[in-house]
Design a protein around this ligand. Structure first.
Ligand code: GAL
Length: 692
C-alpha cells in the first residue's frame, strides 16, 4: 500500500470542476512549489461525472488527474456519493433521507440520501464500480476516499419507507423470533406487543418516548447500515484497483450517527477533517467543554483538547496506526455561529500539532476560496482570484521544518511513547445507550470521555484510545462509560493487571438495556458474570447542575460529585476459597442530614479494577488518579491550562495555546529546540525538543 516516505507531508483539497480548465496547470505548478504532495478531488462531482443517467463524462476528470500528475502531485480520488444528481433523486425518490416528521428531504444541498435505502445502495455501488473501472489503475492516483464525512449535518437517521423495510429485516435477523424481541424490548409494558416483524415501526412521531431497546436497536441499525454502505464501496474499490492504492474515509468530529470503529475496520486507515475554530464555536458543548469563557479564550487557536482528542482517536482507530488530516482549516470557516479569523501562526500550529499526534499527511481545505454557492466566506490557501491568502505563507514556513520531523515507525501508533500513556475507552454503543436511557439532562458519553481526556492531557500524558475492537497493552486504563460491558474487554484488563478505572453506569445494563442488580460483564449482550463479586447497585440519582455531593477518599482528600451518583452496596459475597479479595472502599459520600440513606461507598476497588459511583470533577480526578499513576509508574505532572505536550518519535512537542510565553525549562527541558528558540515557547506556537 502507498506510504509516503518517513517525513510528514502536506496536501490540499481541490475542485477542478469549479475553475476554468486553463487555470489547472498553473494551480498544479503552484501547489508543487508550495511544497504540497497530495491533492484530494471529486467528492461532490457526481453531476459532472454522470450528467445524464448512464452517460459518463470522464474526459474532464481524466485531464484534471493528468494535469496534477504531470506536475508531480499524487491524487486521492473520492466516490461522489454525498451528492447524487437531481436526475437520480427524481428517478428514485425513495433514496431520499426522510426527516423525523416522515417527510423526504429535497434536492439543493448535500447528504440528502439514506444509507439504509436499498435503491440508494444500488446507485452507490454503480457509481463506485464505474469509478474503479475508469481509475483503479491510474498511475497518478494513490488512494480512495469513500464518500465524505458520513453523518455530517446529523444526516444518518432517516424515517422513510425503505428505512422501515430495512429496519424490519435487520430486526428479524437479529432476533429470529418476534417473541424474543417482545421479551427483550419489554413490549408488554405499554401494550407495544408485536405479532410479526413487519408490524414494527420506526421510532419517530411517537407521543412519548419509545422503549429504550427500540431506540438502541434503531441506532445500531443505522450504524450497521453506514458500515455496510462503506464496506460495499471498499469491496468494489479494492477488487478494481491496484493493490497499492489505499482506502480511507474523512470522519467528522463529534458525530454520533454511527460506530466509527466498525467503519474504520474496513479502511486501510482513518482520516478526519480538522476545523479547530469551528469546533470551539459549534461542538465544544457536545464535548462538555462549553462556556463563553472557554470559547473566548480559544476562539482564534482552537481548544487544546478537542482537536488532539480526534487526532488520537482516529489514529488509534486506524488498522495500521496511520493517520491523515484530510481537511485542515486554513482561515475563517463559514459554518459556525460566528467565524473569526485564526491568530497569526495558527495554521502552522495546527499542522505541527497534527504531526505531533501522528498525522503523516495534513491536507488543507481548500486550494482556492469559492466564488459562488454555499461557502464563499470560507477561506482557502488562495483567494478566489488565485492570489495567496495568509495560510499559504504559513504553509511555506513549514518547508524547512518537516524534514526534521521524521517518523520512527509509521505502523506503531505514530511512534507514541508508551510508558506515559493511558488507555482511554470510547465506544459509540455507550453514546447510543445514554441516548436511549435518559435519566439526567446533561448525561453525554462523549463529553464524559472528553473530560477525562482533558484531565490526562493536563497531566502531560499521551492518550491512546481503546474499544472492544482495539485493546492495547498500556500501563493504565480509564473506561469512563460502558453501560454494556463486553467480556473480552474485561478479560483483557484482568490479564494485563494494569490499574483500570471504570466510570459510573459501567456494566449496568444487558444488551437490550434491561436492569441488573449489580454491574455485570456481558457476552453478546447476555450477562455472564459480575464485574466485582461483592458490588451491587441499588439505585441511581441524577442531579441538576446546581447540586453537588461531597466525596472523601480514605486519606481525607475531599472532592465534589455532580450530575450522577450511585447508591452502591458492598455485600460479603466472595466465594469462600475464591482468590478474589473483597471489594475495598477507597472513597465514600460525605454524610449530610439532607441526603437520603444509601449513599455510602463512592469509589471501590477489587484487584486491579476500580469503580466510581459518581462523576468526579477535575480536582477529584487528580486525587483519584495520583496513587494509580504511582502504581503504574506513570510520571504525571500538571501543565498550565494553555500548555499541552506529546511525546512521539523520540521528540517532545510543547504546545502553547495561550497569549504568554511558556518556558519549557520548567519541565526540565534544556538546550536548543529542534523547532523553536531556546526553551521558551512563544504564544500560539509549538516547539519541538529531543525527548531524552
Ligand atoms: C467539511 C466538508 C467540506 C466543507 C468544509 C467546510 O465538513 O467536508 O466539504 O464543507 O466542511 O469547512
Amino acid at each position: 500500500m502507498y506510504q509516503p516516505d518517513n517525513q510528514p507531508r502536506l496536501g490540499v483539497c481541490y475542485y477542478p470542476e469549479h475553475w476554468p480548465e486553463d487555470t489547472w496547470e498553473a494551480d498544479a505548478r503552484r501547489m508543487k512549489d508550495l511544497g504540497l504532495t497530495t491533492v484530494r478531488i471529486g467528492e461532490f462531482a457526481w453531476a459532472r461525472m454522470e450528467p445524464e443517467p448512464g452517460v459518463f463524462t470522464w474526459d474532464w476528470l481524466d485531464r484534471a488527474i493528468q494535469t496534477l500528475g504531470d506536475a508531480g502531485l499524487k491524487v486521492v480520488l473520492c466516490t461522489p456519493t454525498p451528492t447524487p444528481p437531481k436526475w437520480l433523486t427524481d428517478a428514485y425518490p425513495s433514496v431520499l433521507r426522510h426527516s423525523e416528521d416522515g417527510l423526504p428531504e429535497k434536492h439543493g444541498s448535500r447528504r440528502h440520501v439514506s444509507v439504509a435505502s436499498k435503491t440508494y445502495r444500488e446507485q452507490s455501488r454503480r457509481i463506485t464500480r464505474a469509478l474503479a473501472d475508469r481509475y483503479g489503475h491510474n498511475p497518478h492516483i494513490i488512494g480512495w476516499q469513500t464518500d465524505n464525512e458520513y453523518s455530517c449535518h446529523d444526516s444518518t437517521l432517516s424515517y422513510g419507507p425503505e428505512d422501515r423495510d430495512a429496519f424490519q429485516l435487520w430486526l428479524a435477523k437479529a432476533y429470529g423470533d418476534i417473541n424474543a424481541l417482545n421479551a427483550q424490548w419489554g413490549t408488554v409494558f405499554w401494550s407495544m406487543t408485536y405479532r410479526s416483524f413487519d408490524e414494527i415501526e420506526l421510532p419517530n412521531r411517537l407521543t412519548a418516548e419509545p422503549a429504550p431497546a427500540h431506540w438502541l436497536d434503531f441506532r445500531r441499525f443505522f450504524s450497521d447500515m453506514t458500515a455496510e454502505f462503506n464496506r460495499e464501496q471498499c469491496d468494489i474499490l479494492r477488487a478494481g484497483s491496484r493493490v497499492d492504492m489505499f482506502i480511507t474515509h474523512n470522519f467528522m468530529v463529534a458525530e454520533m450517527g454511527f460506530d466509527h470503529w466498525t467503519v474504520s475496520s474496513d479502511l486501510d486507515f482513518a482520516s478526519w477533517d480538522s476545523y479547530p475554530l469551528g469546533f470551539v464555536e459549534k461542538f465544544a458543548g457536545r464535548m462538555g467543554m462549553s462556556g463563553e469563557a472557554i470559547v473566548d479564550r480559544y476562539m482564534r487557536i482552537g481548544h487544546p483538547d478537542i482537536v488532539s482528542l480526534h487526532h488520537d482517536l482516529y489514529r488509534d482507530m486506524s488498522r495500521t496506526g496511520r493517520l491523515w488530516v484530510m481537511e485542515q482549516q486554513p482561515g475563517p470557516v463559514n459554518w459556525a455561529d460566528w467565524n473569526p479569523a485564526p491568530v497569526d501562526g495558527a495554521v502552522r500550529f495546527w499542522t505541527l500539532e497534527a504531526i505531533a499526534h501522528g498525522a503523516e499527511v495534513v491536507s488543507y481545505f481548500r486550494w482556492r476560496q469559492a466564488q459562488w454557492a454555499q461557502e464563499t466566506y470560507h477561506t482557502g490557501l488562495n483567494r478566489p482570484d488565485g492570489t495567496p491568502d495568509r495560510a499559504s505563507v504559513e504553509v511555506e514556513s513549514l518547508r524547512d521544518d518537516l524534514p526534521k520531523l521524521t517518523f520512527v515507525d509509521r505502523n506503531d501508533a505514530a511512534g507514541g511513547e508508551k510508558s506515559n500513556t493511558v488507555g482511554l475507552y470510547f465506544d459509540w454503543e455507550a453514546a447510543f445507550t445514554y441516548e436511549a436511557l435518559v435519566q439526567g439532562k446533561d448525561q453525554n458519553a462523549y463529553a464524559h470521555t472528553a473530560n477525562w481526556y482533558h484531565f490526562l492531557r493536563r497531566m502531560g500524558l499521551n492518550v491512546e484510545f481503546v474499544s472492544p475492537s482495539r485493546m492495547a497493552v498500556l500501563p493504565a486504563y480509564i473506561i469512563p462509560c460502558a453501560p454494556v460491558l463486553e467480556a473480552d474487554v474485561v478479560d483483557f484488563l484482568r490479564e494485563t493487571g494494569a490499574p483500570t478505572v471504570f466510570g459510573c453506569r459501567t456494566g449496568s445494563r444487558d444488551g437490550t438495556l434491561n436492569w441488573m442488580p449489580q454491574p455485570m460483564v456481558c457476552e453478546d449482550g447476555v450477562p455472564v458474570e459480575p464485574l466485582m463479586t461483592d458490588l451491587f447497585l441499588d439505585r441511581v440519582e441524577s442531579l441538576r447542575p446546581s447540586q453537588q455531593i461531597g466525596v472523601e477518599l480514605a486519606d481525607g482528600t475531599a472532592m465534589q460529585a455532580s450530575a450522577w451518583v450511585e447508591h452502591l452496596r458492598i455485600m460479603g459475597l466472595s466465594e469462600p476459597g475464591s482468590n478474589a479479595p473483597p471489594v475495598e472502599v477507597l472513597g465514600s459520600f460525605r454524610r449530610e442530614p439532607h441526603l437520603p440513606s444509601g449513599l455510602d461507598a463512592a469509589f471501590v476497588r477489587q484487584e486491579n479494577l476500580h469503580y466510581l459511583g459518581f462523576e468526579p470533577d477535575y480536582e477529584g480526578m487528580k486525587a483519584i488518579m495520583a496513587p494509580i499513576f504511582d502504581a503504574a509508574m506513570i510520571a504525571a505532572d500538571e501543565l498550565p491550562e494553555d500548555i499541552r505536550m506529546r511525546r512521539s518519535d523520540g521528540r517532545l512537542y510543547v504546545m502553547n495555546f495561550g497569549p504568554t510565553d511558556y518556558d519549557a525549562a520548567k519541565m526540565g527541558l534544556r538546550g536548543e529546540a529542534i523547532i523553536g528558540e531556546g526553551t521558551v515557547v512563544r504564544p500560539y506556537t509549538i516547539s519541538v525538543f529531543a525527548d531524552t
